[in-house]
Design a protein around this ligand. Structure first.
Ligand code: AMP
Length: 192
């Protein structure tokens, strides 16, 4: 099972991806998580990505395509994977198509979580509050200024990715405003 979860920041991609990991036993490949790990480790990629991530902008296509190319070649991704936060530009989607074609792999589903943008800021504020309550550290980009930039990046650079897959006839859209369990059910129905 090879899946892509699309949707703006705060749409619930991470939550749903975690459930799919349980159900299908395939890894969640979040470029955001991988980039945060690179920043934490102080690797060359992390050093390059940190400032743009903190500000809410997008890291270069070259970096993230390289990360995903390496990651899907790992043993645990042999039976499938869930892409969360990638592709975020049409160039990334095209690079992914080429990458998968070279490996003779196909995507099983591309699912977009559609949400009302007005709800996203309060979702992000809740996420920050819950993280603090659980004793965790709030992401550097989960603040109103960076969030606005992330949302703008989504509108300008990532929304066309949905159009890209829709034009190929492979996009499925789910109501991301529904309760978490209802969203999971809708995704299950798509995946059969
Ligand atoms: P996320 O955890 O998916 O919200 O990603 C956090 C940040 O990592 C984003 O705001 C970007 O700066 C960067 N990032 C994650 N995935 C990508 C991607 N596919 N392309 C470019 N930048 C990305």
């Amino acid at each position: 099972m090879r899946l892509i979860l699309l949707g703006p920041p705060g749409a619930g991609k991470g939550t749903q991806a975690a459930r799919l990991v349980e159900k299908y036993g395939i890894p969640q490949l979040s470029t955001g998580d991988m980039l945060r790990a690179a920043v934490k480790a102080g690797s060359p990629v992390g050093l390059q990505a940190k400032a743009v991530m903190d500000a809410g902008g997008l890291v270069s296509d070259e970096i993230v395509v390289g990360i995903i190319s390496d990651r899907i070649a790992e043993a645990d991704a042999k039976n499938g994977f869930i892409l969360d936060g990638f592709p975020r530009t049409v160039a990334q989607a095209q690079a992914l198509d080429e990458l998968l074609a070279r490996k003779h792999m196909e995507l099983d589903a591309i699912i977009e979580l559609k949400v009302d943008e007005n709800a996203l800021m309060s979702r992000i504020e809740n996420r920050a509050r819950e993280t603090v309550a659980a004793g965790g550290t709030v992401r550097a980009d989960d603040n109103p200024e960076a969030f606005k930039v992330r949302l703008d990046a989504y509108r300008v650079q990532t929304a066309p990715v949905s159009a890209y897959y829709a034009s190929k006839g492979t996009l499925k859209v789910v109501d991301g405003m529904a309760a978490i369990d209802a969203v999971t059910k809708a995704i299950d129905a798509i995946l059969g």
